[in-house]
Write a protein that binds this ligand. Structure first.
Ligand SMILES: NC(=O)c1ccc[n+]([C@@H]2O[C@H](COP(=O)([O-])OP(=O)(O)OC[C@H]3O[C@@H](n4cnc5c(N)ncnc54)[C@H](O)[C@@H]3O)[C@@H](O)[C@H]2O)c1
Length: 468
């Protein structure tokens, strides 16, 4: 145990030195990073802003549906943020967004609105008074809007999952590299408090050498009215419904895999090598509709041939030899879970969604028994990440247990200082590519599908930066 702790402390010191060296080299050669070479971490835990940062920035939101309006609300209350414009094809969504603006002190008509067509957002992007753009459209519009935003040289904040095909993942990376515009994937689950504590514990060597992790997106179709709309893949705007009809894949991997990729230094000294996926049959949406008072056996969705298997299980192997199980389980009746757990040579942790237990060899008092309750809480308190310690109060009211607060705070900090994002384009591509790779693996009888190296070899020298 002592050996691991010492080794890890040294490697963490080296990491910090290497990170600085890397940034210097990258700045000098232009390799690896686009325009911005400074990073939001560790600045996000400091009280003073970067000297070069703008004090005031103008943020636009494209796609002000449920999620977009929530992010609009969070951005509007960030110090030094002016909402510069909003855009949506749906007049009702615009109306609701205007209420959010009014609640935050904006006079009626003071924020320019872009609407009236699917490409109205392009007029918004022509404005030269917009610094950053949050994209929270339906999945089908993520890519066109994201690529145009980078081409317009606005700092991009892209909702998850981002890209949905291998080609789109490359397009995201290539456009970032060609334009030199930064993008942050707005993967709020990376800021999960427990996951950040585990990140800190890993970096301090508490778990020894990491070996295996689990994660997932486990929700339920039960109770959601969207499954009762007769499916028409040409017209439905409900992305989960449309893609359950069209594809059999892990449709939503980033909430699960984001924190795990940070734990395992993916794209920063480690990489995903390959995955294999398997899917159950597809039954539950039919069953849900058949048994629903507003559905019934004659409802078209009761017999619709959804492609999506009810549970998709994916196993990933990494270059360093870890394995990860990722579950996509978004339909059967069940409580919400992201299933995080981590196992290393020195112990095991299971978070909120599992047993909320920890066992550390040589430290846990009872041989082979979990520490739970108050004992577990002591670990979470001791290893609470500094960003959570500093911002706990503000994060509380921001939604999703506080993680949305950190996402938007860091996005705004990045826009102000044109800083390199804590969740970058390579993360976005590497995590989102699980969608098409899992689809191919399922279709071909669980074949291993190899991850493209979106960093083009830079993963070998990049140093971990999330939460550093
Ligand atoms: N990170 C999270 O925790 C989280 C939570 C929920 C949703 N999301 C993501 O946020 C995104 C939006 O999800 P949602 O639930 O708000 O969906 P939604 O359907 O409520 O909102 C999407 C909005 O985009 C608009 N839109 C579609 N095409 C457009 C275009 N061409 N130009 C402008 N506006 C356009 C729609 O009219 C709609 O108002 C999705 O990518 C989803 O995966 C993330």
């Amino acid at each position: 145990m002592k050996k691991f702790k010492t080794a890890s402390k040294q490697s963490s010191n080296n990491r910090m030195l290497n990170r600085r060296d890397f940034l210097k080299t990258a700045a000098a050669t232009g390799v690896g990073l686009a325009v911005a070479t400074e990073q939001v971490f560790p600045r996000s835990s400091r009280k003073t802003p970067t000297p070069k940062a703008k004090e005031n920035v103008s943020i636009a939101v494209i796609g002000v549906g449920n999620r977009g309006r929530h992010l609009l609300r969070l951005a509007a209350v960030q110090p030094g943020v002016k909402i510069g414009a909003i855009c949506d094809v749906n007049p009702k969504a615009i109306e609701e967004a205007q209420k959010v603006l009014a609640q935050n002190g904006y006079q009626a008509g003071s924020v320019p609105v872009y609407t009236g067509g699917e490409y109205a957002y392009r007029d918004l992007l022509k404005r030269d008074d917009i610094d950053g753009v949050i994209v929270a459209t339906n999945w089908d519009w993520h890519m066109p809007v994201a690529l145009d935003t980078m081409r317009a040289n606005k700092y991009l904040g892209l909702e998850v999952p981002g890209a949905r095909t291998v080609e789109e993942c490359w397009e995201l990376v290539n456009t970032h590299e060609e334009t030199g515009t930064n993008m942050m994937l707005l993967e709020n689950c990376c800021y999960d408090r427990e996951c950040m504590a585990v990140l800190k514990m890993l970096r301090e060597g508490i778990f020894g050498i990491p070996m295996h992790a689990t994660c997932g997106y486990r929700h339920s179709a039960w109770g959601s009215p969207k499954w009762l709309q007769p499916v028409d893949v040409k017209t439905t705007t409900e992305h989960f419904v449309k893609y359950a009809a069209l594809r059999n894949a892990d449709q939503y991997p980033t909430h699960g895999i984001g924190p795990v990729a940070n734990w395992l230094d993916i794209n920063c000294g480690n990489r995903f090598l390959y995955l294999t996926s398997v899917a159950t049959k597809a039954k539950t949406i039919n069953e849900y509709v058949k048994n629903h008072p507003q559905g019934g056996p004659d409802h078209p969705n009761a017999s619709y041939n959804f492609k999506q298997g009810d549970i998709v299980t994916t196993t990933i192997k990494t270059y360093r030899g870890e394995t990860i199980i990722v579950n996509y389980d978004n339909y059967l009746p069940r409580p919400y879970s992201r299933d995080y757990s981590l196992q290393g040579t020195n112990g095991i942790w299971e978070g909120l969604y599992r047993s909320r237990g920890i066992y550390i060899e040589g430290k846990s008092p009872k041989h082979h028994q979990w520490e739970k309750g108050d004992e577990y809480d002591k670990y979470m308190k001791e290893y609470d990440h500094p960003v959570w310690k500093d911002h706990y109060e503000k994060a509380q009211n921001a939604g999703h247990g506080g993680i949305d607060y950190f996402t938007i705070k860091d996005f705004v900090t990045c826009v102000k200082g044109n800083l390199y994002p804590p969740i970058d384009v390579y993360d976005a591509a590497t995590w989102s590519v699980i969608i098409p790779l899992s689809e191919r693996s399922i279709a071909n009888g669980s074949t291993p599908e190899f991850f493209p190296d979106f960093t083009r070899g830079k993963w070998e020298t990049r140093e971990p930066y999330f939460g550093v």
